[in-house]
Design a protein around this ligand. Sequence first.
Ligand SMILES: N[C@@H](CCC(=O)N[C@@H](CS)C(=O)NCC(=O)O)C(=O)O
Length: 203
Amino acid sequence: MKIYYAPNTRAVRIVWLCEELGLDYELHKFDGLADKRMREPDYLGVHPLGRVPCLEDNGQYIFESGAIVQYILARYGADKLAPAPDSDKFSTYLQWFHFAEGMLMPPVNTLVVETRILPAEKSNPTNIARARKLLGRILAAIEVGLGHKDYLVGDFTAADVMCGHATIVATRNGGDISDKPTVAAYVERLHARPALQKSWDVG
Ligand SMILES: N[C@@H](CCC(=O)N[C@@H](CS)C(=O)NCC(=O)O)C(=O)O
């Protein structure tokens, strides 16, 4: 498997998953999102938007971090890091797995664009306020969802790779968890995992 990767991006999720599973992988590393090679025709043939992550396996390419995680688990996961479909934890697992890109990342994307990419004179305070408010409600849902559990489904699963990564990214981009001690402890717990520590900037 070859992972198309840039440090501190959603590609971290794929390396993290492989490290947790002890799988071998090759890296095609971009220097960062400004790396022009991401916009060159060769790579646009791999990912039509020139984004990461992407995975190549046996000559086939797949993009979308959630799809890649599901692909790796289905092919090479050996029943690890995901409850079985007939388990009563399966619905909760799927829910948090997809909450990452479905709910958490959209307001994070807005905040990244409005506060980091656009020049100050072009950024829109209404958009920023709305995204921060929505992100607060989304993080509150995670606070409640975690309850007394260490991870979203109890044991560590790929839902934590997806949603845990998105939660960390949210806290780095304006998501306030000062009133969410359970999310704060969850973030610390994730940061303590050696597989995640290795994945932020590998290769
Ligand atoms: N929903 C996609 C999002 C992919 C995405 O936007 N990746 C970002 C890095 S986190 C990227 O490559 N951005 C490059 C750009 O915006 O030009 C996924 O989960 O894989």
